[in-house]
Design a protein around this ligand. Structure first.
Ligand SMILES: Nc1ncnc2c1ncn2[C@@H]1O[C@H](COP(=O)(O)OP(=O)(O)OP(=O)(O)O)[C@@H](O)[C@H]1O
Ligand SMILES: [Mg+2]
Length: 378
């Protein structure tokens, strides 16, 4: 039977399937051990959650509890409380049991059976939710008191909390700051503008409260080794297609895996990924991603599209007269739009160059300038 496709691109990858990131996990774990709070920032799909899980596994090995809470899409304090509970629900062994029994004491008793249904007033519900939230945030302290073990709490998509209301980060900070030896925190987020709102504004409670840690693109050599090894393991070999793949992926972890996944599909059992396989891969990837890429493109303002395309083309620099004329920009509109793209996470500075984060959207936008994207679909 033919093997299953070994390249995962739709969900976080397991700790043993990560390309590199050894140094990052070691450093982040060392900071957690030392009780330091860290803000882990990286663009979307750069492997934040995968890395957190790897750190979680390593934390577990050295006797720390690991709790991961995903705030993506939360809208209310009640939902925040539920997400915190979900985080503790998967904690194993005695510590997990302790956490869950502590949660039961925080939840008001639910009476089953007859009797009139009591409808609480809104202020009462809000007060109870706040108390529940405070109790949940303080759980690491209770675990520490009972077991003497420190908890590493990873708040994933932390910026999503901003949707809940203006005081929510204040509430978090007010509890967390008392946790001392009981807990260490990693705040992970992908939206640079929102993360900056939380951590870089003087008036916000988390201002200057966590060390900044960014994820860089992956090295081509590491990606190449990973792809080659997995092709071989599934009795294929990666030939002439490897170079254009690395070139297009530009170190973007999820894009590299997506391309490798499709290339593998196009490569026959016991065959080699050659230039033809690569052409078919490109056509399939851009056809499948067309809708998503169009949506990403359409979500940008006109001047942002112009700056994005100019950065994707590269060449003479954004503020060169030629570029400004070609993309119908003034210096100030270019600067303004670039800042908006950086805040939105579409553009990022790497080694002193401003570059589009998503290499597929970059390639797509370049083609769009040339011929409406027709070439990519052929
Ligand atoms: N170090 C890595 N090695 C291999 N693949 C990786 C790595 N980092 C990320 N990926 C790829 O990126 C995909 C997304 O990873 P993950 O969900 O961890 O990223 P994320 O930054 O949390 O994404 P999101 O912004 O959607 O939450 C994975 O499915 C995998 O294909
Ligand atoms: Mg994630």
């Amino acid at each position: 039977m033919d093997a299953l496709n070994p390249f995962v691109f739709t969900q976080p990858v397991g700790p043993d399937d990560l390309i590199d990131r050894d140094d990052e996990s070691d450093r982040l774990l060392a900071l957690a051990k030392g009780g330091h709070a860290v803000r882990l920032s990286a663009p979307r799909r750069y492997g934040k959650t995968s890395l957190l899980r790897r750190i979680g596994r390593d934390a577990d090995k050295i006797g720390m509890n690991y709790v991961e809470v995903d705030f993506y899409g939360v809208l209310s304090e009640i939902e925040v409380a539920e997400r915190l509970e979900d985080g503790y629900a998967v904690l194993r062994s005695k510590t997990g049991e302790l956490a869950r029994s502590a949660i039961r004491t925080l939840r008001p008793g639910i009476s089953v059976g007859g009797g009139p249904v009591r409808v609480d007033s809104r202020p009462r519900v809000e007060e109870r939710t706040k108390r529940l939230l405070t109790g949940l945030l303080d759980l690491p302290v209770r675990l520490f008191e009972r077991t003497g073990t420190r908890t590493l709490v990873a708040f994933d998509e932390f910026q999503a909390l901003l949707a809940v209301g203006p005081g929510i980060d204040g509430l978090f900070r007010s509890r967390i700051q008392r946790h001392g030896d009981a807990a260490s925190y990693i705040f992970a987020g992908s939206h640079p503008g929102l993360m900056a709102q939380l951590f870089a504004r003087q008036e916000r409670p988390f201002f200057g409260q966590a060390r900044a840690f960014e994820l860089d693109p992956l090295d081509d050599g590491d990606i190449a080794e990973y792809i080659g090894e997995r092709f071989e393991r599934t009795r294929r070999s990666v030939g002439a297609a490897l170079e254009p793949l690395l070139d297009l992926a530009a170190g973007h972890p999820q894009r590299a895996m997506l391309l490798a996944h499709q290339l593998w599909e196009q490569t026959p059992f016991e065959g080699e990924a050659d230039a033809e396989c690569w052409q078919r891969t490109l056509a399939t990837v851009f056809a499948e991603q067309d809708e998503a890429l169009r949506a990403a493109w359409d979500s940008l303002e006109t001047k942002e599209q112009a700056v994005y395309a100019a950065l994707a083309v590269g060449g003479s620099g954004l503020f060169a007269e030629r570029t400004l004329t070609r993309f119908n920009l003034s210096k100030s509109s270019a600067r303004y739009a670039r800042e908006a793209l950086v805040r939105g996470g579409q553009v990022r500075k790497i080694d002193s160059r401003w570059l589009p984060v998503d290499p597929l959207l970059a390639r797509w936008s370049v083609e769009l300038q040339h011929n409406g994207g027709e070439d990519l679909l052929r």
